[in-house]
Design a protein around this ligand. Structure first.
Ligand code: ADP
Ligand code: GLC
Length: 477
């Protein structure tokens, strides 16, 4: 049995801003199910939704500050969670990273550097809890200093760093190096320095024993200049200790047969019930209730990564077609305004909800016919998997995890029952429109449509295989 300290800045259902939380809330459970001793460590944010008992465990003195470590459980699981309690930094309202205006908290470098230092103390068992992990598994830039600082320790645990998104690197001005008291041995271009900035993510990429990312295709893509954001050389250099492990989904939360947020549960043998969710979704979004009009859905952060600009370009033509479109998301204000303006223009066809709503996201997955995910890049992506599981046909661009999890509908894939979505290549409005038109043709042939739905619903998106892969990585270190 391995002892694993799993380090993250978000984990569903404690706190979530995106897919990182879905993964960090479900992968530890899957690893625990493989009989491993895994503990999750996370800052004790004010917004954390703690439902299990919380108890004080021990105190630490780090950087001349008194830190308390509290213990709770990941809701509905046996996974132990250690909360890093330092109210000055974490007991603030709202989002872990940004303020109400979407601006990063001014002291983010200090907040996450302190988190990393506390993790190092815990990982070295310097509070004498008689629990020293064999492996410290870090996720994204917020944890990046952990492998870097641990590299300076003797008799340290092995380190794994998982990249969930190369677009977010945790870059801070060079002046922070002194303020944060970054050890001199780490401060050089082959270390934490990146074009005269302090790079948190480089701490993970340079110093961890093994680097993973969340799909095999993205693992290759990030070694190219198009996707590597200037770090492609480093990633290529590390290619022998860099691997892609595809994300799974939490089947306790995302199962159309048991999903408590759906008005009607269904499975591949009761797809008629899915239609009732479509009616509920149309009603909720104040669209005309029409069963035979294909209903498109989108849930996500409204940022360039997600190809929202491509959708905006397609919308005028799409709105001339016999379709409906519902969207739930928030992000870039320019995208939000443009989408709202088009929705106002076509009230019978398009309806949007600018915001964040977990329950509604489940209803969209269940009630829509087609899910749009034309991402410019997508390390893994979860909604295309939720869609397939809910009999909703995803339209995706062939990139990252989208390429690895959706099988395009072609004569041969229809024949061998693997077709589960529509895949297009080029990040252009023209290619997306072609894909939308292909969807409409297939939709008008119910026999094909049902085949696609059923193959998607039968796919295995569970965590088991991927959790085993992580375990064999831990074993190899
Ligand atoms: P990313 O992490 O890049 O945002 P993913 O597809 O990996 O993309 O995961 C996004 C997660 O966040 C999914 O669980 C998705 O349903 C959820 N999500 C995104 N935006 C919203 C929203 N506005 N309301 C509810 N859930 C959302
Ligand atoms: C990131 C990526 C997304 C991935 C998620 C979880 O937010 O953008 O593609 O699914 O992390 O790994």
């Amino acid at each position: 049995m391995k002892k694993i300290l799993f380090v993250t800045s978000e984990a569903h259902p404690l706190i979530k801003t995106g897919g990182l939380a879905d993964v960090c809330g479900s992968l530890p459970k899957a690893i625990a199910d493989l009989n491993q001793d895994i503990k999750l460590i996370i800052p004790n944010y004010q917004a954390l939704k703690k439902t299990e008992d919380v108890r004080f465990l021990f105190s630490l003195r780090v950087d001349n500050r008194n830190i308390n470590i509290l213990e709770t459980k990941l809701p509905d699981s046996h996974v132990v969670v250690w909360l890093v309690d330092y109210p000055t930094y974490y007991n603030i309202p709202g989002n872990p990273y940004v303020d109400e205006l979407g601006e990063p908290w001014a002291n983010n470098a200090a907040r996450f550097a302190l988190f990393c230092r506390v993790v190092v103390e815990v990982a070295m068992d310097r509070a004498y809890q008689d629990w020293k992990p064999d492996v410290v598994h870090c996720n994204d830039w917020q944890c990046g200093l952990v492998p870097a600082l641990l590299s300076l320790e003797n008799d340290r645990p092995a380190t794994v760093f998982t990249i969930h998104n190369m677009a977010y690197q945790g870059l801070f001005p060079v002046s922070d190096v002194a303020i944060l008291n970054i050890p001199g041995q780490l401060w050089h271009p082959e270390g934490l320095e990146f074009h005269n900035n302090l790079s948190f993510i480089k701490g993970g990429l340079v110093y961890s024993d093994y680097v993973t990312t969340v799909s095999p295709t993205y693992a290759l893509e990030i070694q190219t200049s198009e996707y590597g954001y200037g770090l492609e050389g480093l990633l290529e250099y590390r290619k022998d200790s860099l691997g892609g492990v595809i994300n799974g989904i939490d089947l306790d939360q995302w199962d159309p047969e048991t999903d408590a947020s759906l008005p009607y549960n269904f499975s591949e043998i009761s797809l008629d019930q899915k239609r009732l969710n479509k009616t509920a979704l149309q009603t909720k979004f104040l669209l005309p209730v029409k069963d035979n009009v294909p209903l498109f859905g989108l849930i996500g952060r409204l940022v360039e990564q997600k190809g929202i600009d491509l959708i905006l370009e397609c919308l005028p033509e799409m709105m001339e077609m016999e379709v409906q479109f519902v969207l739930l998301g928030s992000g870039d204000k320019v995208f939000e305004k443009k989408l709202q303006a088009i929705a106002l223009q076509y009230p019978n066809k398009m309806s949007i909800n600018i915001g964040y709503d977990e329950g509604l996201s489940h209803l969209i997955e269940a009630g829509a016919d087609v899910f749009l995910m034309p991402s410019r890049f997508e390390p893994c992506g979860l909604n295309q998997m939720y869609s397939q599981r809910y009999g909703t046909i995803p339209i995706v661009r062939k990139t990252g995890g989208l390429a690895d999890t959706v099988t395009d509908t072609l004569p041969e894939t229809l024949l061998n029952n693997s077709a589960s979505g529509i895949v297009f290549n080029e990040a252009s409005a023209g290619s997306l429109l072609e894909a939308i038109k292909r969807a409409l043709i297939l939709y008008s042939t119910p026999e094909y449509w049902k085949k696609m739905q059923v193959s998607g619903m039968k796919k295995d998106f569970s965590w088991q295989k991927s959790a085993e892969k992580y375990l064999s990585i831990y074993d190899s270190l």
